[in-house]
Design a protein around this ligand. Structure first.
Ligand code: PSU
Ligand code: MN
Length: 301
């Protein structure tokens, strides 16, 4: 494929049937503040390398979708003001030779074009509150309906409509499997109050479901819902307090559409005096580590 640049490291791992985990760049460029975002990008990659898994951080640089970034590429996604790119933006950025940080949807799509089967993120995009009138639903959901990749996420942020997101994943035939739990997590919080149909306890079982889905599914993805450990979650009362004022601030500032998520995240980090950021980093590390283990089980089967 000439239109995609796969790094030598990722190419070698894929050709050798070694474990590979895709990582998104929007979480780095829009989801985490500088300079922690740069440290986090390096740290997520290091977590994978330390367990023998090849990281494949994905971004569009000067029109070329990159799978696996060099040191310069990681610096660019952390420090440049990149556009947030979803699936529909990829061909346009390519034609215009522009750069973009890939969302879960765009990362999953590009990763799967290269045959990568496991992907770690923080939280999945989902159905926004008020979507029944705004129709604001992340393309992460519709993309997972047609993209055979296993995404490890700590659920969706509680700024979204969690039950509506779960309903949409059901409509789209995307299985949501709790990692050692039957309760869907709420990103910063270990529990959301919403139950799942399925829970798995070992990475080998997840790899086996991936095999079965390849045989019996129609090319959709799988969501592995991985709660942040209870002792590391954000204090639920503080969480509720900060979210309430974050929504009011977004409304007062007239923020709409795809600007809402980055605005709320930034506001919440400030209002929580950095606590939400620490929790965000912890849950992302937790997801990267589990994704690494799933990719290892997948490569070994
Ligand atoms: N959740 C986070 N941090 C993020 C995002 C989600 O905790 O940065 C990003 C992801 O890249 C996700 C995107 O794919 O937001 C969803 O945005 P939208 O709702 O505009 O599709
Ligand atoms: Mn949207």
């Amino acid at each position: 494929m000439n239109s995609i640049l796969i790094s030598a490291e990722v190419r070698a791992a894929l050709d050798g049937n070694k474990p590979v985990v895709a990582l998104e760049s929007t979480i780095i460029s829009h989801g985490l503040p500088r300079p922690r975002n740069y440290e986090a990008a390096l740290e997520f990659e290091e977590i994978l390398r330390s367990i023998g898994v090849t990281p494949a951080t994905i971004a569009i640089l000067d029109g070329v979708p990159h799978i696996g970034l060099d040191a310069e590429g990681v610096k660019r996604i952390a420090n440049e003001d990149l556009a947030k790119a979803s699936v529909r933006d990829i061909p346009i950025l390519a034609a215009r030779k522009e750069s973009g940080a890939t969302t879960v949807a765009a990362t999953a799509h590009i990763a799967s074009l290269a045959g990568i089967r496991v992907f770690a993120t923080g939280g999945l995009g989902g159905v926004h509150r008020g979507a029944s009138s705004t129709f604001d639903e992340s393309a992460d959901l519709s993309t997972l309906a047609v993209t055979p990749i296993t995404v490890v996420a700590a659920g969706v942020k509680s700024v979204l409509d969690i039950p509506a997101t779960l309903e949409r994943l059901e409509s789209l035939s995307v299985p949501v499997i709790g990692w050692q739990t039957k309760e869907f997590p709420a990103f910063w919080l270990n529990k959301s109050g919403y139950q799942l149909d399925w829970s798995l306890d070992t990475v080998e079982q997840i790899a086996q479901v991936m095999v079965s889905q390849d045989e019996l599914g129609h090319g959709q993805g799988i969501v592995i819902a991985n709660p942040i450990p209870l002792e590391k979650q954000w204090d639920p009362e503080e969480h509720d307090r900060v979210l309430e004022i974050a929504f009011k601030a977004a409304e007062a500032a007239g923020i709409h559409g795809k600007a809402v998520t980055p605005f709320l995240l930034g506001f919440i980090v400030e209002e929580s005096k950095g606590k939400s950021l620490e929790v965000n980093l912890d849950l992302a590390r937790n997801n990267v580590a589990l994704a690494g283990r799933i990719a290892t089980a997948w490569a070994a089967r």
